[in-house]
Ligand binder design. Structure first.
Ligand SMILES: [Zn+2]
Ligand SMILES: [Zn+2]
Length: 338
């Protein structure tokens, strides 16, 4: 007898629910048992009774939530199946941020893969995405429109380094999300041979330290502190801070700051303008349209479920390809990581 797919996983208010194993994937409210794809705040929330995730994701959650991370921690290795009730689950690299996983759920011989957030482009700071054969592939669609095409990352970093050369007296202040994007941008700058110290906002210190401990070299990082009377001159320096620091005018305290922002959304000029970004860097931790469609073709699932983002365009594309598809309309995922 074939299981109906929504008996394996179904979208409910809390997130994706598996009745056979009585667990939720990336629940947006506290639940007794959660399986968490990755450490971004919209996927990894505090307050669950038990959390199963990769060891790196659990460590990231502990770093971010501290005492609020109270649940039982159940670390899983990539590729090792685990039994929960009548379900078998396994975690596979998603290529999104360090430790990020797709979660495969198998019940009655049928398999659904919840990919969480993922990308296919090379990233020295995340375990590369692995396609997992499945009956249903659940994909995000953050950039699920054909207009979204992310340029090569090296090209964007080259723009930053060229600007530094052109404006050696200006502090280049780069906005990048604290988990994943900041470390990736720093690493990409290093890969282009830039070896001067890079200055980081205090909100990045612990996560950068964690990446270093996990073997991802970020080069010399120094605190971007602007104490009263401090003599440090940030002219011509690269300073990296979280987007929230830009909102509170932190960036403007540097000498003649040149505001840069690293995000897939920087392809949309209007967004760059709204944020007052002078140098947009189109660097995304999500798939662009081509990566999304190529991934679906490669996996060849019977059905595709589309979640956070521009769901309708990708659903339509699947239908034209002869793949059954539906939007999931899950709520509560804001893509902190983008
Ligand atoms: Zn997300
Ligand atoms: Zn994410």
């Amino acid at each position: 007898m074939n299981m109906r797919f929504d008996e394996i996983l179904r979208p409910v208010r809390e997130g994706l629910y598996c009745p056979a194993g009585d667990f939720f994937i990336d629940p947006v409210v506290p639940v007794p048992r959660a399986l968490v794809t990755h450490g971004h705040a919209d996927h990894a929330r505090p307050g669950h009774g038990a959390v199963m995730a990769t060891r790196r994701t659990l460590d990231i959650m502990a770093l971010r939530y501290g005492q609020d991370f109270t649940g039982t921690r159940d670390p899983v290795e990539f590729g090792t199946p685990r039994r929960i009730g009548d379900a078998t689950v396994s975690f596979h690299p998603a290529g999104h941020v360090l430790g990020s996983a797709q979660i495969a759920v198998e019940v009655g011989g049928r398999r659904i893969v919840a990919s969480g957030d993922y990308k296919r482009t090379r990233d020295a700071t995340a375990e590369p995405f692995e396609p997992v054969p499945c009956d249903v592939f659940i994909t995000e669609a953050t950039f699920g429109l054909p207009v979204f095409r992310h340029p090569p990352g090296r090209h964007e970093i080259a723009k930053l380094l060229a600007s530094l050369e052109q404006f050696p007296e200006r502090a280049h202040v780069v906005g990048a999300y604290a988990l994943g994007k900041a470390q990736r941008v720093i690493r990409m700058i290093r890969d282009e041979g830039y070896d001067a110290p890079i200055f980081i906002h205090g909100a990045l210190t612990r996560l950068c330290g964690f990446y270093e401990e996990e073997g991802i070299a970020l080069g010399r990082l120094e605190p971007a502190t602007l104490e009263r009377g401090a003599s440090r001159n940030f002219a011509g320096a690269i300073v990296v801070g979280p987007p929230s620091a830009f909102a509170d005018r932190w960036a403007r305290r540097f000498p003649d700051p040149l505001a840069c922002f690293a995000s897939g959304w920087m392809q949309v000029r209007q967004r760059a303008r709204q944020r007052g970004v002078e140098l947009p860097l189109i660097i995304s931790d999500h798939c662009d349209w081509d990566e999304l469609t190529q991934t679906i073709r490669e996996i060849g699932p019977e059905e595709v479920w589309v979640t956070h983002g521009r769901e309708e365009a990708l659903v339509r594309w699947c239908e034209l390809e002869g793949i059954r598809a539906r939007p999931l309309h899950l709520v509560g995922y804001e893509d902190e990581g983008e």
